[in-house]
Design a protein around this ligand. Structure first.
Ligand code: GRF
Length: 216
C-alpha cells in the first residue's frame, strides 16, 4: 500500500522531526516524510532533513504582508509534495484561521505539557511554578485556537524535586520522541477518528493513549 506523505513544519532544532525521520526509515512504517518546511532559514533541523535526503523549503514570514498569505504559501509547498498529513514539530509561528481550516483533521501538533494545562510559551517553567507533580506532552489536532484541539495521545512524566525548565524539558522531550511517531503511525493507518472535541484511536483504549515512563 502507498505510504502516507507527511509534511513537517519546523522553526528550529527539529528533534521531533528527526524522530519521525528515524521511524519512517523502517520499511514497515506506513508514512514517509515528503517535505520539511521551515519559516526560518537558520533552523538547524533543515540540515538534518537535507542529510536524510528529504526536500526542504524555507517560507519566511518576513516576506509576507499578513499571516494568511504566509499560510497560503506554506500550504502550496505542502500540496506540491502531495502531503496528506501536516505535522507541526516546534513550529513557532501562529497561523491564521485559514490554515487549520484548510488542513482540518489533517494537521497535528505536539506540545510539551498535558493540555489543557499550560498553553503558550515556557510551559515547563509554568509547570514548575505551578507546583504540579506530573507534566508531559500532548499530541493534538490543530484548530484555530492556540494549543487547543482534540487530544490524540499524551505521555506523562514526573516533575522532580530540584527540576529546572531544562531538566524537565529534556525528560518530556524523550517522551515526545516516542509518542509522535506512534501518533503519525496511527493516523497513517486510518485509526484516528475525531468527533467534536474527542479523538479516538481504533484498537487503542483511551487509557492506553496516556503513556507513563518513570525515570530511573
Ligand atoms: C518541543 O518541545 C515541542 O513539544 C514544542 O517545541 C519543541 C520542539 O523541539 N512544540 P524540536 O524542534 O522538535 O527539537
Amino acid at each position: 500500500m502507498a505510504k502516507l506523505k507527511v509534511g513537517v513544519l519546523i522553526s528550529g532544532r527539529g528533534s521531533n522531526m528527526a524522530a519521525l525521520i528515524r521511524a519512517a526509515a523502517a520499511p514497515d512504517y506506513p508514512a514517509e516524510i515528503a517535505c520539511v518546511v521551515s519559516n526560518r532559514a537558520e533552523a538547524p533541523g533543515l540540515g538534518i532533513a537535507t542529510a536524510a535526503g528529504i526536500p526542504t523549503a524555507v517560507v519566511s514570514h518576513r516576506s509576507h504582508p499578513d499571516r494568511e498569505s504566509f499560510d497560503r504559501e506554506v500550504s502550496a509547498e505542502l500540496e506540491r509534495h502531495g502531503v496528506g498529513l501536516v505535522v507541526m514539530a516546534g513550529f513557532m509561528r501562529i497561523m491564521s484561521p485559514w490554515f487549520p481550516t484548510r488542513w482540518a483533521n489533517r494537521l497535528i501538533n505536539i506540545h510539551p505539557s498535558l493540555l489543557p494545562a499550560f498553553r503558550g510559551l515556557h510551559v515547563q517553567q509554568q509547570a514548575i511554578d505551578a507546583g504540579v507533580r506530573l507534566s508531559g506532552c500532548t499530541a493534538h489536532f490543530v484548530i484555530p485556537d492556540l494549543d487547543s484541539g482534540p487530544v490524540i495521545a499524551q505521555a506523562a512524566v514526573p516533575v522532580l524535586e530540584g527540576d529546572t525548565a531544562e531538566t524537565l524539558s529534556a525528560r518530556i522531550l524523550r517522551q515526545e520522541h516516542r509518542l509522535y511517531p506512534e501518533v503519525v503511525r496511527w493516523f497513517a493507518e486510518g485509526r484516528i477518528a475525531v468527533d467534536g472535541v474527542r479523538a479516538t484511536v481504533a484498537g487503542v483504549p483511551p487509557g492506553a493513549t496516556l503513556l507513563f515512563s518513570p525515570e530511573p
